[in-house]
Design a protein. Structure first.
Length: 79
């Protein structure tokens, strides 16, 4: 059984987490400098980011499960 679909799924979660971490740091820099204060726009973006991550978790997990149900991952891989 191959681990590539699971590896890509967890890699995608890592990329999304890293981008979220970078965006959180950029937001904090804007607030510290005083260019823009945190408010409803930042809350909306946080809700959208969280929703996107949850959608990736649910539908990405479903996609990984479907990948393992394909013929190439049954009984010893590609033949």
């Amino acid at each position: 059984m191959s681990f590539i679909p699971a590896l890509t799924y967890f890699g995608g979660m890592g990329v999304l987490g890293f981008i979220g971490w970078i965006l959180g740091g950029i937001k904090q820099d804007f607030v510290d400098v005083g260019i823009h204060e945190s408010g409803t726009v930042w809350s909306l973006l946080l809700y959208l980011w969280t929703g996107m991550f949850i959608i990736y978790l649910v539908f990405g997990g479903y996609y990984v499960i479907r990948q393992y149900n394909e013929e190439r991952y049954r009984s010893g891989g590609m033949m």
